[in-house]
Design a protein around this ligand. Sequence first.
Ligand code: FNR
Length: 398
Amino acid sequence: MDLDRAVNVDDLRKLAKKRMPKIAFDFIEGGCDDEDGLTRNERAFRDKAIVPRYMVDVSKRDQTATLFGRTYASPFGISPTGLAALFRPGADMMLAEAARDANLPFVMSGTGTGLIEDLGRVAPDHGWYQLYPARDRKISEDIIRRAHDAGLSTLVVTVDVPAGSKRERNMRNGFTRPLRLSLLTKLDALRYPGWLSDYLKHGMPMFQNWQRYAGPNADADAVATFVSSQTRASVTWKDIEDFRRLWPGNFVIKGIMHPDDALRAAELGVDGLVVSNHGGRQLDRAPAALDVLPAINAAVGDRMTLMLDSGIRRGSDVVIALCMGAKFVFLGRPTLYGAAAGGVPGVARALTIVREELDMTMAQMGAPTLADLGPHFMMWDRPEDLRRNSPGLVSAAE
Ligand code: FNR
């Protein structure tokens, strides 16, 4: 199957799987513990149903979305994903390029394998930066300054990694620090000559943004050791206050799941939240992000911009998240599948698939613009829920 024949995100996933050894694919795919969080994310979307409305003129549809004063082609962007160069060398910049070309935002990971400065050159209007705060405050301050100097509009602070999680696939594959590759893992890599030759040519991916802090001669391994010693420090509210003060642009927290945390963030002048359970990779028993969204929306929806990721695989998932209170959503794995399967064109394919599905869903349900979306489209469990969700419609019918 080539890229054009991939009709959905799952097809891209299969292409990505074919191109890389288990150790790398499992790193994208995996959750933690029993991977219940992954199942819950998927099920949260699958269990929701959209009730269509007909006799609506949907001959023209508009999915453009304005976020922090900038208009994007669609209400979705690309989530930060670390170590992307493991799947394809240069993947970070490929994601950035494809996002720029599609007029969508791309968030560079705090453990990305590209440079902030390159992101500023490649996608100055579409690149955001995600901070993993360092134990050494000066490093975080310097990274924030670099993101600002690179011209990036938005800083995202991820708060849901207070400690490493139990990623059992990685443990079994020996993808640990230090690496403990079994003979089987090595033999498996030999079955993927394209991936292996890239890996041998480029070596272990480097957390480039951190290299300067790890010492002048630090190689990829030394930088990785340095990064793991510096990150995984719990972020506190005091840190959020300080970073908010330092960052003049749009300030976003990623990983908030509780309405009280959302309220506290709003009080500190945070502009937006990405409601997220980190794609099921941190706390396996966390609820699906989609399931906590309505409570967070009720708490702060009128005060800050609510975004969401974790589990979006289809355009209809985007619609559901928007109906339930998100203004914008992000894709983590889907665009990584695209990057692994086919570089920039692969990411572009993932974005096109989701855009076209979103367009089709808007037509099928009778919502020609994003402003039409809301809870009134969501299947009601009881008749009174329909009344609550859509008072105008019910009274018109009475
Ligand atoms: C991630 N995620 C992540 N989040 C973050 O804030 N910083 C990071 O460096 C990473 N790294 C990372 C690597 C990989 C391989 C994956 C799959 C995910 C989480 C990511 O931003 C996002 O929250 C989830 O991927 C969203 O869920 P879906 O779309 O993958 O279901």
